[in-house]
Design a protein around this ligand. Sequence first.
Ligand code: PEP
Ligand code: MN
Length: 357
Amino acid sequence: MSTHDLTELRNKIDDINLQILALLNERAGIVQEIGTKKQQGVNRFDPIRERQSLDLILKNHAGPFEASTIQHIFKEIFKASLELQEDNHRKALLVSRKAQPEDTIVDINGVKVGNGNQQFIMGPCAVEGYEQVKAVALAMKKQGLTLLRGGAFKPRTSPYDFQGLGIEGLRILREVADEVGMSVVSEILTPHDVEESLRYVDVIQVGARNMQNFELLKTVGKVKKPVLLKRGLSATIEEFINAAEYIISQGNDQIILCERGIRTYEKATRNTLDISAVPILKKETHLPVIVDVTHSTGRKDLLFPTAKAALAIGADAVMAEVHPDPAVALSDSAQQMDIPEFNAFINELKLFKEKLK
Ligand code: PEP
Ligand code: MN
């Protein structure tokens, strides 16, 4: 074969490659069109349809490739198309940056979470009584903080542990908040309690154990109250984002995502703080992202370093627990700060925030 012939054949191959490329892209365009026409909830993978397509191809196949080779090549094309539809689907998530490039700012009675001004959400693990909440609220107020957390409904691992004061706990939080000038962040465990809680809370917390309680997510999605959604104990970032999507899909876009540590094999801390989740969530979604340093570490000696890490990596707020007398606390006794510790924590972090500027 002359050099001339070889060049000609190679040119032909290049031509065919370009034709295949054009056809693949044309095919992809049609697949995308089908994807947008399909109703939400319809399974994008249709094995019967794929079997028919493969049969048609193999019936018309005459070599020189083995039938199995042709089948393999087309399976790859089908797979790539399916991924294309999945990408489109992900792009369409309402919580995604692609759907909304600008940051969502959650407004809690005028205090903004997600506007670049990093906030603190502090308070006891559980509401135990008026005096206890009031002591913490007054200490917070002195520090200029107004976002008061406290559990009235406590999701405890054991049914024999303190379950919280329930509605009475919410009433105490509201009373103290009104007296001191604070906003209430409190966890609601069931869809049933959401409506009544609206009278008492300024932010509804959905706890880690309820991150995939889809009925609760849908219910809080229908109300006009900010929602603080915590990452599930073993939830992937994708599952976390989809949980937020459940809320926003019902109309409520006032959502704060909270990284609170995930379960790993590591026992040195209560959970493993997934600090990189913060920039990932901020990149993938337009929602504010905060870090709970108490439940992620479960260790008082790690609250300050992890809070610094959270602020440095761009978290919109830090959450931590404070109790006037942690030794007698009815829950999370070992990991709550007392008031002097809280003051030292906030003072140090205020200095640290200045350094970050
Ligand atoms: C809480 O913040 O009170 C709490 C129970 O945390 P988590 O849901 O993250 O365990
Ligand atoms: Mn706690």
